[in-house]
Design a protein around this ligand. Structure first.
Ligand SMILES: [Fe+2]
Length: 310
């Protein structure tokens, strides 16, 4: 009896080892609970994936260089094979700790090398852990500016520096927005104006100065990080808000349960978000490190709808 129990144990150990080898053969890893992570996780695309739409990835708070950040990046690569997003937005905290050349390599280049090799362009905004000098780093495509505008198809993207929102930056933003006729106006920056995070929560002083501009000039979507989880906020004064700050760190269980702001939240593992925009619609899909689609959906372009009804 004892011998057969021992045999069972050996067989179970062998099975576990072979499962983990199989995951590794795919470039993935199996967690202690048996869940596949990173390259071994499943890929299930819910987006329309049309050639003429604007397709991008959003992730924040990435700069750790940890195994988990790498595993999430492996999954980004697998999704890129299925959904060839052209660029990626970084919503800050691109670099934790020291920011020497070796850190840029370990915490960014080594992690995202396969995406860089596939010509994915990263556009960064600065978080509270980021030095201003990052604006000169070629792979962050900031052109030496802490805040800047880029245009992709019919979508204008405004990278802001939410570490401070002085008169000069606000004036620049207002001038740009006032003359912007793009179908979509998207702002991305680090600190979330609305958040259900227990540690940080909504950045209300930032909100007070930028929200009036967003409303006045028809900004459609606001993308932020800082909180190490994912949250889709219920539309606020007609604007869509997302938080995707679990790219390198996770603050497990930090989203306040029952928050009136939350449309959907996920704080059980790290995640990134894929977005596809047509003139009329914004499609999104949020994927965890374990390959689970934790949120997805489609939102109409608010301004096109309102101008059609006017
Ligand atoms: Fe932060």
């Amino acid at each position: 009896m004892r011998r057969s129990f021992a045999t069972l144990l050996v067989a179970a150990a062998l099975l576990a080892a072979s499962a983990s080898l199989a995951a590794r053969a795919q470039g993935g890893r199996q967690s202690a609970s048996g869940t596949r992570v990173g390259a071994g996780a499943p890929v299930t695309l819910t987006l329309p994936n049309k050639d003429d739409s604007v397709r991008f990835l959003l992730v924040g708070d990435t700069g750790t260089g940890t195994r988990q950040q790498n595993e999430l990046a492996q999954l980004m690569l697998r999704y890129h094979q299925a959904f060839p997003f052209e660029f990626a937005l970084l919503v800050g905290d691109n670099m934790y700790g020291s920011e020497k050349a070796a850190d840029y390599k370990k915490k960014f280049e080594d992690v995202y090398r396969p995406l860089l090799d596939r010509k994915v362009k990263f556009y960064a905004s600065l978080g509270n852990h980021d030095e201003s000098n990052q604006r000169f780093y070629e792979h962050f495509n900031m052109n030496g500016e802490e805040y800047y505008r880029i245009k992709k198809g019919d979508v204008a993207f405004y990278a802001l520096n939410s570490n401070y929102m002085d008169k000069k930056q606000l004036q620049w933003l207002e001038e740009q927005l006032a003359k912007d006729t793009s179908a979509w106006k998207v702002a991305f920056f680090h600190h979330p104006p609305y958040s259900s995070g227990g540690k940080h929560g909504s950045e209300t002083s930032l909100r007070e100065v930028i929200e009036p501009l967003f409303i006045k000039y028809g900004v459609n979507v606001v993308l932020a990080g800082h909180e190490h989880f994912y949250e889709r906020i219920k539309p606020q004064k007609g604007i869509y808000y997302f938080i995707s700050g679990a790219g390198g760190k996770l603050r497990k269980g930090d989203v306040k349960k029952g928050s009136p702001l939350t449309a959907k939240a996920y704080d059980a593992d790290m995640s990134f978000m894929l977005v596809e925009m047509t003139k009329e619609e914004m499609h999104f899909q949020v994927i965890s490190r374990t390959g689970e689609t934790v949120d997805s959906g489609v939102l109409p372009n608010q301004r096109r709808r309102s101008s059609a009804s006017n």
